[in-house]
Write a protein that binds this ligand. Sequence first.
Ligand code: SF4
Length: 459
Amino acid sequence: MEQNVFYIKTFGCQMNERDSEIMAQTLSSHGYHESMNYQEADLVILNTCSIRAKAEQKVLSLLGYLRKAKENKPSMKICVAGCVAQQEGARLIERMPHVDLVIGTQQIYHLENHLQRVDLEGSLVITGLLDNYEIPQFLPEISQLGRVSETLSSSPAPRPCSRFVTIMQGCNNYCTYCVVPYTRGREISRKVNEIIEEVKALAEEGVKEITLLGQNVNSYGKTNTVKETGTKYTFTDLLKEVSQVEGVVRLRFTTSNPKDLTDDLMRSFRDVENLCPQFHLPVQAGSDRILKKMNRKYTVSEYLEKVDKLHEYCPEIALTTDVIVGFPGEEDEDFEATMTLLEKVRFHGSFSFKYSDRSGTRASAFVDKVDEGVKAARLYRFQNRQDEISLERNREYLGKIKEVMIEEWGRDGLRGRTDTNHIVHLNNCTADYFPGDIVAVKILHAGQHSLQGEIEKID
Ligand code: SF4
């Protein structure tokens, strides 16, 4: 095989991170080698995200840039995978004829076959979504950790002691602003035994922290696990089973639609010992009128009731959220309701964005769009207040001793993470610590986005 060096650039969420690992692993098993420099690559893959207009624009401008790289090296193959590929399909090659392969979100497992077809037939587009799709079992390799990424989402990129495990794909919820049901297809849950097998394999390799991944993990099992297990099997059941795998020290999950958050699952924060006291619960808006237009299927008071229960079951839980400002029809009073919600919950952090039209979604056809300047002003106000609250929240840890899992050496020394998912920079670090070690740390300084502390001396 002539072409044997590949480069992957990942945009978007943790699902894409994991998909890039799978593609890298597939290519490596067929004799390819990975490079971190696209200029020396024979195959460049952009694993794309279309959740926001900005992410999609970045992909298109990078593709424009790659046109020049391909002019200098005509043998270079360019592949677009992920959500932009799924949505744009053949249109992408019409606009960007230097692209060789466009593969949809369910096609990554067959990447090598598709590349062979490109060699024989020329440029190719494969983006069909299957009705009876089953997620293939694909055990990860530790060597595929820490990929190049541009994460827009709520959790950190994979760390050597910490791994994401996909438990489901797709979504049936059809929130009016969201492309996921169109780009990832209908919701499908992976088989329980395959998930457990993957977690065990990771734990045996020394991975200590597992994050279960899906677009809406709370509805895990609704699609196919009854068939598999012969009984109703919920996400809470899965969480408990994974928590018992030997070697799993910390367990997290993301993402959750509040409408599917059951009391059972909330109780897990009290009952499952290694489930971290940290929860990302996207609210999106603080106005019932806007939530209805978004098709979120919960009200603000229902959301707040769940927040209260979470605090009751786990008083130290750190909550984060997603917010969209300037959704079509959002009036000043709707936005003020979002600010009121922020004051009530006092999230530890949030990911907030200006609404942008996504092609094919219902909201893109709504006529009552909000002026760009108004959206920008609202976003600025929301983010400023969130930053203040995050700082106040982080100051609550000052002087406390927290258990920190060491992750890596950064530019400023050793870095770790609390069970509440706060990054901690360690002052008095030595070379004796390794990723995955858990140390007791006294928190001495709190910033908006991280904490700083000293490892407690153990006599
Ligand atoms: S629940 Fe999440 S993934 Fe599903 S449609 Fe709504 S925003 Fe998109």
